[in-house]
Each structure stands twice: as C-alpha cells, then as structure tokens.
Design a binder for this molecule. Structure first.
Ligand SMILES: Nc1ncnc2c1ncn2[C@@H]1O[C@H](COP(=O)(O)OP(=O)(O)OP(=O)(O)O)[C@@H](O)[C@H]1O
Ligand SMILES: [Mg+2]
Length: 160
C-alpha cells in the first residue's frame, strides 16, 4: 500500500507539472444543480427493443394477487445506470393493457429535485382529475385518501 501511495504521489506531481507546462489554470466552479427534465409516460412502444422479458416480469409482479391484503403497499424498484433505459421500460409497463385492466388509477410522477410531499400530493390529485387549488396539507391528504380509498392504484415515481 505504501508503494502504491508513493506511485500515486508521483503521478499527481506529474499531472501538476503538465498543468504548468500547458498553462492550464484551475478554475473549478461550484456545480449548479441542473433541474432534471420531466418525463412523461407516452412512448411509441415499437421503438423500445428487446425489453419484453423484463416488461412481462414487472407486469407479473404488479398484477399478482396480494396476499398481504389491503392497505399494504408494494414497491418495485427499477434500478440501473443512467441512460440504460429505466424510463423507457417503465413506460412500456405503464401503457400495457394488462396493467390498465388491473388498476383503477394510474399516476405518472416525475420526481422533482426538491422532494416536497405537499406538492407531490397536489400533483397526484391533479392527475387524478381533481382540480388543484390552495388547500392546506391536511385537506389535500384527506382528499387524496378519499380518492384512493378501496382502489387499486399504480404510482410511477420516475427519477427518484
Ligand atoms: N430497449 C430500448 N430500445 C430502444 N431505445 C431505448 C431502449 N431503452 C431505452 N431507449 C432509449 O434510450 C434513451 C435513454 O433511455 P431512458 O430515458 O429510458 O433511460 P433512463 O435509464 O431512464 O435514463 P435517465 O433517467 O438517467 O435519463 C431514450 O432515448 C430511450 O428512448
Ligand atoms: Mg429515466
């Protein structure tokens, strides 16, 4: 390990020398957070290639009977390197007829950088056809509960 550290030190010195040689200046600015672009659920399904197995597997998970009974929330994470096609795969699932038949409500949420529960609650209500207004959090929660009561709902939270 000591030798490796020495090697590393030499390499860094070398890089530093090159910096001077090529007249580079250090000018690192605070990276600002780039707001993520919102995503939506529409996709020409034909454009997505080779994801049928994954799609069917996820749909199976979504529509299998829930032994745990009502009130339990099942979460299916779709994980992968950025750009690998998570959103595309999820859209395929979201638009599938089996999924449409199974759920009473579907909501696609593009998660904002600032995770604000009240705003998300309002977004959900809006996409369920409830007019967005200036209700307080308590009221929003109650309305949401009423809308979702005894319903089977699918929420996609993209870009969590
Ligand atoms: N199976 C596929 N066949 C054809 N095109 C695909 C496929 N999967 C993804 N793409 C395309 O590749 C691009 C990136 O995919 P997508 O946005 O789904 O990735 P992601 O994992 O959600 O990335 P991120 O959210 O980090 O941007 C998109 O233009 C998408 O349409
Ligand atoms: Mg994505």
């Amino acid at each position: 390990m000591a030798n490796k550290m020495k090697e590393l030190g030499k390499r860094l010195d070398g890089i530093n020398e090159e910096k001077t040689k090529f007249n580079l200046s250090s000018n690192v600015q605070e990276k600002t957070i780039v707001p993520r672009r919102e995503t939506h659920s529409f996709v020409p399904a034909l454009n997505v290639i080779g994801r049928n197995k994954e799609k069917d597997r996820i749909i199976e998970l979504l529509i299998r009977p829930n032994d745990d009974g009502a009130g339990k929330i099942a979460v299916i994470p779709i994980i992968g390197t950025g750009g690998v096609g998570r959103t595309a795969l999820t859209k395929l699932v979201y638009l599938d007829d089996r999924v449409n038949k199974h759920f009473d409500h579907k909501v696609w949420l593009s998660m904002p950088v600032e995770f604000e529960v009240k705003k998300i609650t309002r977004d959900i209500l809006e996409s369920l056809g409830q007019k967005g207004n200036n209700d307080g959090f308590e009221m929003l929660q109650e309305r949401l509960r009423n809308v979702l009561k005894n319903k089977r709902c699918l929420f996609v939270m993209d870009d969590v």
